[in-house]
Design a protein around this ligand. Structure first.
Ligand code: GRF
Length: 222
């Protein structure tokens, strides 16, 4: 079982999806999950996901960002907490901090993030409003390896949906979240099964370089 740490700042719905998917499918079933969430770490004690993790029986830790003099000190404390957990894969899930290149380097190839857009489109914030303003036909979410470039690491899998007439950022956010809850656990499973790897900044799927991200399309997502 691959030990996974999930790092959050907010409500933690992706964290919950990652935990629940691993429990739903045993490693011995076809397509089953070979990972286990060993710790949920938040950068603030107000993160709603902490209570969810506790209810799920997952050990939690808080590395309170406000108590550190600078980013380097916070990043060192976060790295120490991750190491103490024994995690071999780290899933950032709604984590609202930019990590230093030093931090990223330590965990390179083992650090994932989920971003609510079809990267490389719409790095940064307000992605749903930006996709609607641009009158895009499609929008979605991307799971990617983290590199020093914000939202710039190699993309493993995308969930894509069609934008509808009259869509609002909130309505789109709900549908994107539903897709996120499918693709993030799926990527964790593929990595745990050894089917997805990152070598020298390139994603490999079943030992072949991935030319385009794996795709999950779901127009029916609620
Ligand atoms: C998700 O939309 C994710 O793409 C972004 O932050 C949000 C986290 O949501 N990085 P939750 O805390 O997992 O519910």
């Amino acid at each position: 079982m691959l030990p996974v740490a999930v790092v959050i700042s907010g409500r933690g719905s992706n964290m919950e999806a990652i935990v629940r998917a691993a429990r739903r499918t045993g490693a011995d079933e076809p397509g089953g999950s070979h990972y286990q969430v060993v710790r949920v770490i938040a950068d603030r004690d107000s993160a709603g996901g902490l209570a969810k993790a506790t209810a799920l029986g997952i050990p939690t830790a808080v590395v309170p960002v406000k108590q550190f003099p600078d980013r380097a000190a916070f990043d060192r404390a976060l790295a120490a907490e991750i190491r103490a957990s024994g995690a071999q894969l780290i899933a950032l899930a709604g984590f609202m901090r930019i990590l230093s290149p030093e931090f990223v380097q330590q965990f390179e190839g083992r650090l994932l993030n989920i971003h609510p857009s079809l990267l490389p489109k719409y790095k940064g914030l307000d992605t749903h409003a930006r996709a609607l303003d641009a009158k895009d036909s499609h929008h979605g979410a991307s799971v990617h390896y983290v590199t020093a470039e914000l939202d710039g690491g190699p993309v493993i899998m995308q969930g894509r949906l069609r934008l509808r007439p009259g869509d609002t950022p909130d309505a789109v956010s709900a549908r994107v979240h539903a897709l996120e809850h499918i693709i993030y656990p799926h990527v964790c499973s593929l990595i745990a099964a050894g089917r997805v790897q990152c070598r020298n900044g390139v994603v490999y799927f079943d030992d072949e370089p991935l030319a385009t991200p794996l795709l999950e399309e779901n127009d029916a997502a609620a």
